[in-house]
Design a binder for this molecule. Structure first.
Ligand SMILES: [Zn+2]
Ligand SMILES: [Zn+2]
Length: 266
C-alpha cells in the first residue's frame, strides 16, 4: 500500500427538512417542493493517522437552530473505530455553526483552519447581522481559545496537511471556506464541504443562498473539478444522496456512515 493512499468516511449526524426553494439563490419553481439536507462530518484514515473534517453541532445547538440530530458525531466515529480522544488532527472547513461545534469532543487534536476564515469570523463583516447568521459567537470564541492554547495550525490558500491530504481555500459561501483533496485508490477525492452543498449546485451552476461572494462560489466549482478530475469524485457537504450513492462503511451502518474512497454506485 502506497504511503499516501487513504480511506474516507462520511458520517451523517443530522438532518433538516426544508423547502427546496430555500436551497437556491433565486428559489425554485414550484415553490412547495421539499428538499431536506443532511449534516455530516468526515474521517480520513491512512498512514499519517486519522484526520477528522469538521465537528458538527451538538444537541443544544440543534434545539436552538431547529435541526434534528440523528446520531451524535462521537457515536459515528466510534462506529468506525475512531475514538474522538485518539484524534490528533481536525480540519475545519469553515466556522459556520454546523461545522465547528462539539469543540470539547477532540481534547487531543490540533485544528487546521484558513487564515482568512478566522479573520472573517472575528472581523468587520461580523458587524452585519446578515453575515453573522451562520456563525455562533461561542464557536468562534472557542476557536480563538484554541489559538491561545497553541492548538491551531493556520493555512493560507493551498496547503499540504499530510502526504496525500491538501486543503484549498475556495471562499465564496464563507470567505475562508476550504475544501480538502484526498489521495485514494480511486484517484483524488474532493471533500467539498459547503463549497457545494448538494450535487445539484455544482452540476447546474446553482448557488446556495448563504453566500459571501457568488463569483468565488462559481469559480470554486471549476477549481474542484480540476482537483478531482471528475464530478464523481467530488463529495458535496450536505447531500442526502451521498448515503445512497456510496456503500455503507460496514454492515449495520447503512444510512449513517458511508465509504467514499470506493466508487459510487451511479
Ligand atoms: Zn456553511
Ligand atoms: Zn454547512
Amino acid at each position: 500500500m502506497s504511503d499516501d493512499i487513504h480511506e474516507i468516511y462520511a458520517i451523517k449526524y443530522g438532518r433538516h427538512d426544508r423547502p427546496k426553494a430555500d436551497n437556491y439563490i433565486g428559489g425554485t419553481d414550484p415553490h412547495d417542493v421539499r428538499e431536506p439536507i443532511d449534516y455530516y462530518v468526515w474521517a480520513i484514515t491512512g498512514p499519517s493517522g486519522t484526520f477528522v473534517v469538521d465537528t458538527g453541532f451538538d444537541a443544544a445547538m440543534a434545539k436552538k437552530r431547529g435541526r434534528t440530530i440523528s446520531k451524535p458525531i462521537a457515536e459515528g466515529l466510534k462506529a468506525i473505530d475512531v475514538p474522538p480522544e485518539s484524534v490528533k488532527n481536525v480540519i475545519i472547513s469553515h466556522l459556520h455553526y454546523d461545522h465547528c461545534g462539539n469543540y470539547d469532543t477532540f481534547p487531543n487534536a490540533r485544528f487546521h483552519l484558513q487564515d482568512t476564515e478566522m479573520a472573517y469570523a472575528t472581523g468587520r463583516c461580523m458587524c452585519h447581522a446578515h453575515l453573522r447568521l451562520p456563525f455562533e459567537e461561542e464557536d468562534v470564541v472557542a476557536m480563538v481559545r484554541k489559538v491561545f492554547a497553541g492548538r491551531v495550525t493556520f493555512h493560507d490558500g493551498v496547503s499540504h496537511v499530510a502526504p496525500g491530504i491538501t486543503v484549498h481555500r475556495i471562499g465564496g459561501h464563507s470567505k475562508g471556506l476550504q475544501c480538502i483533496t484526498v489521495k485514494t485508490k480511486r484517484g483524488p477525492v474532493v471533500l467539498a464541504s459547503d463549497t457545494t452543498h448538494l450535487y445539484s449546485h455544482i452540476e447546474n451552476g446553482k448557488v446556495f443562498p448563504i453566500t459571501y461572494n457568488v463569483g468565488e462560489v462559481l469559480d470554486g466549482y471549476e477549481t474542484m473539478q480540476k482537483l478531482a478530475g471528475s464530478l464523481s469524485r467530488i463529495v458535496p457537504g450536505h447531500d442526502p444522496l451521498v448515503l445512497q450513492r456510496y456503500p455503507a462503511a460496514r454492515s449495520g451502518l447503512e444510512g449513517w456512515v458511508a465509504r467514499l474512497d470506493i466508487e459510487p454506485k451511479a
